[in-house]
Write a protein of this length. Structure first.
Length: 338
């Protein structure tokens, strides 16, 4: 099992706690990335949003790509998985930028493709926001251009959304045949695109039983297309305490999001902008990406047992959130990773 984490570019993960003692600053994320390598975390996911969907639109958030480039220079082992949204990036230009970061990192860059969900953010930044299936159609073209300009020169493409003519991109990425590409999504359009074009499937939090169904579904799709097996990752919010009473106290602290709070508006937009297989409650949304559903909550023995269930069904890595991030990751490393 690999253990990764979400870099707290939004200053935290709790929608009901204003100050989680993890400021959205270069100093904090640099310290977190360096220390997390030392204690056994080998993957960092750097989310890309120009507005802060956790603390509210007026709160600060870090830019994903400049942060990734800087972290590539100060870390040595960690995979840097950077979220990227086709609606915000020309594919050939992004390929150039990503190839450069791949060189800075020594071949540790990967991408997490996100087909967008936040209409207000797109409009505030002057980007066209399309309907759900159109966003995935755009993503398919975007990936085709990205993949080809990374692998060969003098590439030409003309599609509905993108055109490149006789493209030359040098230097190519270090990673061969290309940096890994992950993506998530539960709609039919998402699963068809991911199983056809990506190297890994990243899922919102859920029970081992539900995650097992998704792994089986994507694996079957890959087999039918004659493609190699994928990597599977799951988002999780981690709470580790010495007693169940302490666990309950922490859960009560982080899940009392109230209607009208800074994150509630974004909750409504997220629900309307996605096509999830299950209804997401406000309790689920109190932390990001349904992380509590994964069940990495309890005493060390209980969490280790739950991780074992995910290992049995084929999960390859977790992407953890916790608060405050550095202190809780130290606790996770001491009790779980060791």
């Amino acid at each position: 099992m690999r253990y990764g984490y979400w870099l707290p570019v939004f200053g935290g993960w709790l929608r009901n706690v204003e100050d989680e003692q993890m400021q959205p600053s270069w100093d904090y994320v640099k310290r977190l990335a360096i220390r997390s390598e030392e204690i056994g975390f080998d993957l960092a996911l750097i989310a890309e949003l120009n507005l802060n969907d956790i603390k509210g639109e007026h709160a600060p958030s870090l830019d994903a790509w400049s942060t990734a480039a800087a972290l590539a220079a100060v870390t040595s082992k960690q995979e840097l998985m950077v979220a990227v949204r086709p609606t915000f990036h020309n594919p050939a230009l992004l390929a150039k930028q990503a190839a450069n970061i791949d060189h800075i990192s020594g071949g540790r860059l990967s991408l997490n493709l996100v087909s967008s969900w936040w209409k207000d953010e797109a409009e505030k930044y002057g980007v066209n926001f399309e309907q759900h299936d159109d966003r995935y159609a755009r993503s398919a073209e975007w990936l085709e251009v990205l993949d080809n300009v990374w692998k060969k020169d003098n590439y030409t493409f003309e599609g509905k959304f993108y055109k490149v003519k006789d493209n030359i991109l040098q230097p190519k990425p270090i990673s061969s045949p290309r940096p890994p590409i992950y993506a998530g999504g539960e709609s039919e359009a998402a699963k068809d695109l991911i199983s056809s074009t990506c190297d890994g499937y990243v899922m919102h939090g859920d029970s081992p039983e539900l995650i097992a169904r998704r792994i089986a579904d994507l694996s079957e799709r890959r087999d039918k297309k004659g493609l190699p097996p994928m990597q599977f990752g799951v988002a999780a919010y981690s709470i580790i305490r010495n007693s169940n009473a302490e666990v309950k106290k922490e859960l009560d602290r982080i899940t009392n999001v109230q209607e009208g709070s800074s994150g509630y508006k974004n909750y409504q937009q997220w629900i309307s902008g996605t096509q999830l297989e299950q209804q997401v409650s406000l309790y689920d949304y109190s932390v990001s990406n349904r992380g509590l559903r994964t069940g990495l909550v309890g005493t060390p023995a209980q969490v280790q047992e739950e991780i074992g269930e995910f290992e049995k069904i084929g999960v390859n890595f977790f992407l953890l959130q916790c608060s405050p991030q550095l202190e809780e990751m130290e606790r996770f490393a001491d009790t779980i990773i060791q």
